[in-house]
Design a protein around this ligand. Structure first.
Ligand code: CMP
Length: 823
């Protein structure tokens, strides 16, 4: 065949399939039938026509289903998108169940399915295991689409989708190992051991490769400001390159690499994607997945040879039985075992049932079996897998809907139902207010307006009644309180997102704010008191403190410790600002809540009080920081102000371009300039947190009497230290090596005796502390913590002693304080 005609034929083939798929999409939307299943059935219909009427076959696309196309083009696409859009928080919470099913579960399923097949059909053991592994990869596309339609709980989706995400990789790796075993001719202990070892290397290697490439891409994405073409291309390159690098270059699992890359970018890296690009990018991937799925399922259908399947019907029944038994064993056996430990909520029997029945097999299984090297059982394996895939798709896929409804898993959680009712009530009330406007112009018939008004009022009544009955039957006051709090958190979060998108708070501050919020939500779910959650105990803060501690103990690294501390102060300021704005927003939104009247006044008041207090607390932090570090706060505010102006400018340009005042080229150029400036203003400046000690120290009474020359000598030896609220400066019982002078801020001295802690004093700018340990060569007598952000000067022991020698006033000041404090 001529070269270009191959390309032409492929184009015609793909376009025809796409056209057919588009028709099916419209059809399934109207009939609510599962898209992928109708695709397969249509494909089968076409192939049947082609076989029965050989003349018709020229009209059919001549696309052979090629395992390479599935493995290298479709698989990375599907897996990446699925990982990218997965709720990573939810996945983390259910990771143990997901991994238990995807790794040991898949191995067990491979063994069990294989063994039953071996017993029932007489296929040799190694070959049976190979078939078992191929049949153990689940592919729940049809089920996930259905879940979304029905509104099943997110957790169930994550369990089913997560399992298939990881077990695809496992199945591919295991089947490759088994192919080697089949080639070797027999199973020995050696081959098994080697197989297990290489399994873990390949699996974990894939994760590492994907994770590293995901991180790298994330960092590059962070440098790009609002360019959809660059950002989308980067994610596309990541999806396929991680696959190819892992698979071909490093010989580890490509699927695992793509999964890990997708999870990394979808979770941590999502914030690195420009706000304006995010939804564009999501749509792009959704479309790719639509095309991939459409082509895959049509091709699967076209590939089915009905005559071959009817010939091996008996064997296929055995295969289905083996698959079902082992699926039941791993779901009902492994899931409850994993759920029992720790605080993770068990996955209940209803979920398990859906997971059992929802484990469909699909394109992955077909791709693996088609890509097997030619061997004795090739043809029969292809037929068996096709039959099994068809069975699960049709029998299980078409009945899932009924099962989910029967188990009542389609009923949304109380909070969602309540939110839905509240939302419709609010919108109907708004609509009601608009009706008088209709009448105003005089051109609108009064009777129609009246009728509309009546209809609307009736519906409002109906919704009110539904809310009432919900409150009486399920919505206890306790529930209601939680719902209202969740409402507050959601509003707060939307504010944080907006602030981050506008560049008012940095990515790090944003991440911490969201993290504290999810801690709050967790606390609420386990019904602990919300207020006991403290940001101070966040894991990354502990890490930060550990880093500061280590850096301080390591000679030469004290400047590193200091810069981490300054970053902390900057971040605390930003977070306080976010909280302040967030609580203000919630308080403002509360007005509309009270209007609805369906919530009890008391719980609304509770929320109001809580958020008032939070607002006050963050306001205090803002004030304190502004007082102690005015230079810093000024630069932060200036930066935000500049960004606000630039954003307004950018919006004006957009508007003018839309109205045609600006030509596209000019608008783009102007936009680019603004974007560049905005990007430059993204960085948080901690430089302004630096101070020159010279003037400040002069104001400290302690130094006021020292002659100029000696003063300058001491100054040279002081080290500037900044601390944020609650930081420890000195711990009781530690060895002391320096004296601290307070330049700005407030610290609190406390002492614990036999387990009881009591505050001794509050010290302010001009005071000093840490003298007692130095004067008596004793451990620190008390603990000193920063009460507000503060700035201190540290004077090392040797330098202090030199200073004491030359100026007796210092010695006497120290000794005087020491005597007073001791008593
Ligand atoms: P040192 O023992 O080196 O470390 C803890 C410091 O807390 C101590 O020095 C004093 O500077 C300070 N300190 C201890 N007790 C008091 C007190 N009663 N009032 C004020 N400061 C104190």
């Amino acid at each position: 065949m001529h070269h270009s005609s191959v390309v032409l034929e492929t184009v015609i083939g793909v376009v025809t399939l796409l056209l057919v798929a588009t028709g099916i999409r419209a059809f399934t939307k109207a009939t609510k039938l599962p898209f992928s299943i109708v695709l397969v059935l249509t494909g089968m219909g076409f192939s049947y026509i082609a076989q029965s009427y050989p003349g018709a076959s020229t009209l059919l696309p001549s696309l052979e289903i090629s395992p390479d196309i599935i493995l290298y083009i479709f698989l990375p696409t599907l897996v990446f998108e699925s990982a990218f859009s997965m709720d990573t928080q939810m996945l983390r919470e259910n990771l143990r169940q997901v991994l238990a099913l995807a790794v040991p579960g898949l191995l067990l399923s491979t063994g069990l399915t294989g063994y039953i097949i071996h017993l029932a059909t007489g296929i040799p053991l190694a070959e049976s295991f190979l078939l078992g592994s191929i049949l153990s990869a689940t592919d729940p596309v049809a089920v996930i689409a259905l879940f979304k339609q029905l509104g099943t709980p997110l957790r169930l989706t994550v369990l089913v989708e997560g399992e298939s995400l990881f077990n695809d990789a496992t199945a591919i790796v295991v089947s490759r190992i088994l192919i080697a075993v089949v080639a070797a001719g027999n199973i020995t202990f050696g081959t098994l051991l080697h197989g297990t070892a290489s399994f873990f290397v390949v699996f974990i290697g894939g994760v590492v490769v994907g994770w590293l490439l995901g991180l790298l891409t994330g960092y590059i994405l962070g440098m790009v400001e609002s360019d959809p073409f660059i950002e989308i291309s980067l994610t596309t390159v990541l999806a396929y390159l991680s696959f190819v690098i892992a698979e071909e270059l490093l010989h580890v699992s490509g699927v695992m690499a793509t999964v890990a890359a997708g999870l990394t970018i979808g979770g941590w890296g999502r914030m690195k994607i420009s706000h304006s690009v995010r939804s564009y990018l999501e749509h792009f991937w959704e479309y790719l997945v639509f095309v991939a799925n459409a082509l895959i399922f049509l091709m699967v259908g076209l590939h089915v040879k009905i005559s071959a399947i009817t010939e091996s019907f008996g064997m296929i029944l055995w295969i289905i039985l083996a698959m079902s038994i082992s699926r039941a064993v791993i779901i009902f056996g492994i899931v409850p075992m994993v759920g029992k430990r720790e605080k993770s909520e068990p996955v209940n029997l209803r979920y398990q049932t859906v997971m059992f029945w929802g484990g469909l097999r699909g394109a992955i299984a077909l791709a693996i079996v088609l890509s097997l090297p030619d061997f004795e059982y090739y043809e029969i394996f292809v037929t068996l897998v096709t039959g099994a895939v068809l069975f699960t798709l049709i029998a299980q896929g078409l009945t899932m809907n009924m099962l989910v409804r029967f188990l009542k898993l389609n009923i949304a959680p109380l909070s969602d139902r309540f939110a839905f009712l509240e939302g419709s009530l609010a919108s109907k009330l708004t609509a009601q207010e608009k009706i008088p406007e209709l009448m105003k112009g005089g051109q609108f018939s009064g009777s129609i307006a009246n009728r509309l008004q009546e209809e609307n009022s009736r519906e409002i009544e109906k919704i009110r009644k539904k809310i009432d009955s919900l409150q009486q039957s399920e919505l206890t006051p306790e529930h209601e309180k939680r719902l209202i709090l969740l409402f507050g958190f959601a509003e707060e979060k939307s504010m944080f997102i907006e602030m981050f998108n506008k560049g008012h708070i940095s990515e790090r501050a944003f991440r911490e704010l969201v993290q504290v919020l999810s801690l709050h939500m967790d606390a609420l779910r386990h019904s602990r008191e919300v207020e006991h959650v403290e940001a101070y105990n966040l894991p990354q803060r502990r890490l930060e403190r550990a880093a500061i501690y280590l850096a301080e103990k390591t000679p030469g690294l004290s400047t590193v410790a200091e810069s981490i501390r300054r970053l902390r102060i900057a971040k605390d300021y930003e977070m306080a600002w976010g909280r302040y704005k967030g609580s203000g927003w919630v308080l403002q939104q509360m007005g509309s809540l009270t209007k609805l009247k369906s919530l009890s006044e008391e719980s609304i008041k509770d929320l109001f009080r809580l958020y008032k207090r939070w607002q006050r607390m963050s306001g205090e932090i803002l004030d304190q920081t502004a007082e102690q570090f005015p230079e810093f706060v000024n630069t932060v505010q200036e930066r935000i102000g500049k960004r606000l102006l630039l954003q307004a400018e950018s919006e004006a340009i957009k508007r003018e371009a839309e109205h045609g005042f600006l030509t596209q080229g000019v608008a783009e150029k102007m936009q680019e300039e603004v974007t560049g400036k905005l990007h430059a203003l993204k960085k948080i400046e901690t430089g302004k947190l630096k101070f020159k000690p010279y003037e400040l120290l002069r104001e400290v009474p302690f130094f006021s009497e020292i002659p100029e020359k000696e003063y300058e000598q001491i100054i040279e030896h002081t080290i500037t230290r900044s601390f944020s609220g609650k930081d420890y400066i000195i711990r009781q019982g530690e060895e002391g090596s320096s004296l601290f002078l307070i330049a700005r801020g407030v610290v609190r001295v406390s002492r614990s005796d036999e387990g009881k802690t009591s505050d001794l004093a509050t010290l302010m700018a001009g005071d000093f502390f840490g003298e007692m340990a130095l004067l008596h060569s004793e451990p620190r007598s008390a603990t000193v913590r920063a009460a507000t952000p503060c700035l201190l000067y540290e004077l090392k022991q040797e330098d202090l002693f030199t200073a004491m020698k030359t100026s007796p006033s210092i010695r006497s000041a120290l000794e005087k304080a020491d005597k007073e404090r001791k008593s």
